[in-house]
Design a protein around this ligand. Structure first.
Ligand code: GAL
Length: 718
């Protein structure tokens, strides 16, 4: 947005607020239905910048309206909106047995009930307190609705912690002296939110299922991203000071080792200066960037470049960016205000000329999240008028939006990395990562990403043992980006020879699964279905009222108890594969199998239904289970994702005994031509013949861009 436009909008807001003194307190009638099952309320006047504005999110109303009409999910009278000392106090009701999920990227827990959060973009510092890379102010309730607070302010969210004197459901009062049931944190019946502003937009989503709630949120953000096929292959980030020659040698070594590689990341050393940055190739290490990128492309390997946004005084971009930047520096570099069109143009013109036009496939946008003592302070100002706090909450979004749009204009898809994000980010082809490294917590972040329209990679950097290296590699291959980040360690996939065979096998399995993973992302793009799915999003997975297994009573049933725990170490990867990562040192692990029969991915053996199983860990396998009737389309192991028009043999696996159906998506894998209809959907379906034998069948349901030549069915059932 241009500066003069922003100023004009701010003036309009000021005039409008002066004329409109009314507050929305108690205004139960003012929820506006924007699509089936989606309602909005704008409290005060619309803010100059919101998260959804910064993300450029345009709700996909057409798809949202394909859902059935629905009733407002809450008692409107119980939603309280109050202006309190120039702040906004929001209150939403909670039932006694209601669980709350989401609120962005958290690393330790999944259920938010009974906890409080200060939602602020920040580098994660080991505590789930709301300061995180993507503190998305959107929560999902186990009662089938979601609440998004569209504001670019730092928010305080109390999820069932504050007990009001006027509560109709006050907790029992115990005497600590004598009563063992005394509770240090009595449960409250409300979610309370404090916004340091007098305005905000509140959006409420209702779904028949929890998954529908998340789908609607993602569609409201414009639908999920569809990465290029190569983005879903394997990626390796080289040591920071590698030269062109080092990188080419590395790529050749991947080829020799028979290890998949689709894109390679260059870290700060590709530039002639970093922290602050120039975005100019280092002439010593990369004397001929065009030739270098082309050499890699000829080897079917794309190039991704690390950047941070802070521009060095000696950089060519410094002069033109100076008037378009904020009042403070970060690492002595200026901070461009990317909410303004002029600023975006200065960057994108430069980037197009020096990087995009020579074939660079995308960026890793680093350091947009914080630490307070590195980033601009809250007193900083920016030329657009957006204040320091709003800029911090939206900076990662603004950069993702700029790069996403640039590649879109060129009709070339990109897939990259970013270290900060927020609400409205579903459509961005960017995956979040960070410097934290606890493996278990990385998996919990993966689980949580599925509630908030985020993609996360539990990147692999180095490990003290081969076992841990393998365990990390296995899990990252079942995430949105299969990546080793060796910027510091220089570690290679084969650095631990004792596990190399298994490391290679899991990377090749990832490549085999590309048709399944790509279709899973198409479901994200078109329908908003998150590719990585927390177990809690599965229908009836969290057992509240039903007794299963019939052995024990309702309170002691172990299955029911287990599903009510904070399940944070297993998840669904697409519709059909349940992933249960093993961590180094674990001899066995517990896996909670949802309703319906489940089968071992590797052998097709039946493993159980609706129960907890204990799996002995095998070094060579990450436990994977497929649901009854699950169909998994696969291709042959390969080193690079299929190029456009490259025909593949398809192996379609069917698991279990039930009939199955899977929608296989295909397109050119590289451009946005699918927006003009250049794609296909094919129904892969099984049924039994007269003798009761399973038969597979493929039926094109739309389009004709289909890059598979033969289809072979494998029945993995018992
Ligand atoms: C860090 C980033 C790392 C690596 C490093 C390079 O901020 O998280 O992944 O890129 O910078 O200096």
């Amino acid at each position: 947005m241009k500066l003069k436009h922003i100023s004009a909008i701010i003036c309009l807001f000021i005039i409008a607020s002066a004329c409109n003194k009314s507050t929305e307190e108690g205004n139960v009638a003012s929820w506006q239905q924007v699509a089936n099952g989606v309602w909005k309320q704008t409290v005060g006047n619309k803010d100059a910048v919101t998260l959804l504005d910064a993300a450029g999110a345009i709700p996909d109303l057409e798809r949202l309206n394909q859902f059935e009409e629905a009733d407002f999910p809450l008692d409107r009278e119980q939603i309280h909106i109050e202006h309190q000392n120039n702040k906004l106090y929001l209150r939403f009701p909670l039932d006694e047995d209601e669980d709350i999920y989401g609120l962005g990227l958290h690393f330790k827990s999944v259920n938010r009930r009974g906890k409080l959060y200060h939602l602020q973009v920040d580098h994660y510092d080991g505590k789930d307190n709301g300061r995180t890379h993507a503190p998305v102010p959107f929560y999902v309730s186990s009662k089938g609705y979601g609440v998004l607070i569209n504001t670019a302010r730092y928010l305080d969210v109390y999820v069932g912690t504050g007990v009001r004197v006027d509560s109709p459901n006050k907790p029992v009062v115990y005497d600590r002296n004598t009563d063992p049931d005394w509770d240090p944190q009595p449960k409250s019946d409300i979610v309370e939110i404090l916004i340091p502003d007098d305005k905000a937009e509140i959006i409420i989503f209702r779904g028949d299922t929890l998954l529908d709630v998340v789908r609607k949120y993602n569609l409201y953000s414009g639908g999920g991203c569809l990465p290029p096929k190569w983005g879903l292959g394997f990626t390796y980030r080289t040591h920071t000071l590698f030269s062109a020659e080092d990188v080419i040698n590395e790529v050749n070594e991947f080829e020799r080792q028979g290890f998949p590689l689709d894109f390679i990341g260059l870290e700060p050393g590709w530039m002639n200066r970093s922290y602050p940055c120039s975005y100019e190739w280092d002439e010593g290490r990369f004397p001929e960037p065009g030739k270098f990128v082309k050499t890699l492309l000829d080897k079917r390997v794309r190039t991704n470049l690390w950047i941070n946004p802070y521009i060095a005084p000696k950089a060519t971009l410094y002069e033109p960016m100076l008037p378009l930047s904020g009042s403070h520096t970060v690492w002595n570099g200026i901070v461009p205000d990317y909410s303004m069109e002029e600023t975006r143009k200065v960057f994108t013109d430069f980037y197009t000329k020096h990087q995009l036009d020579i074939g660079v496939s995308g960026l890793k946008i680093d350091e947009v999240d914080g630490y307070d003592n590195w980033l601009w302070p809250n007193v900083a100002s920016f030329p657009s008028g957006i204040d320091a706090e709003q800029m911090r909450q939206t900076y990662g979004l603004l950069l993702q939006d700029m790069i996403t749009d640039l590649y879109h204009q060129k009709n070339v898809r990109t897939y990259g990395l970013v270290r900060a994000s927020n609400a409205g980010a579903s459509r961005f082809p960017f995956v979040i990562y960070n410097d934290y490294y606890k493996h278990e917590d990385f998996i919990t972040a993966l689980v949580n990403s599925g509630f908030s329209g985020l993609l996360w990679t539990p990147e692999v950097r180095s490990s003290p043992t081969g076992e841990e290296w393998l365990r990390r590699m296995q899990a990252v291959c079942f995430s949105p980006m299969a990546m080793i980040n060796a910027w510091y360690s220089g570690t290679k996939p084969w650095s631990y020879p004792e596990v190399y065979e298994d490391v290679k096998n899991v990377a090749l399995l990832r490549m085999q699964l590309l048709p399944y993973i790509y279709s899973t992302f198409a479901d994200y793009h078109f329908n908003g279905t998150p590719p990585v799915r927390p177990m809690q999003l599965l229908d009836n997975f969290v057992q509240k009222d039903i007794t299963v297994q019939g052995v024990l009573d309702d309170t002691k049933n172990p299955y029911k108890m287990a599903t009510q725990e904070d399940i944070k170490d297993q998840y669904m990867f697409g519709d059909n594969i349940l992933v249960a990562p093993i961590f180094a040192g674990q001899k066995s692990r517990k896996v909670i199998l949802p309703a319906g029969k489940w089968y071992d991915f590797y052998t097709g053996d039946y493993v159980g239904e609706n129960k907890i199983i204990h799996v002995d860990s095998k070094l060579e396998e990450i436990p994977l289970y497929v649901k009854d009737g699950g169909i998994i389309p696969m291709i042959q192991p390969r080193l690079h994702a299929p190029e456009r028009d490259e025909l593949q043999e398809l192996e379609v696996r069917h698991y279990g005994e039930a009939d199955g159906e899977f929608l296989l998506y295909d397109d050119d894998g590289e451009t946005f031509d699918y927006e003009q209809g250049a794609f296909s959907w094919t129904r892969l379906k099984t049924k039994r013949d007269a003798n009761g034998r399973l038969m597979g069948n493929e039926q094109r349901i739309s389009g004709d861009l289909f890059n598979y030549k033969t289809v072979r069915w494998t029945f993995m059932g018992p």
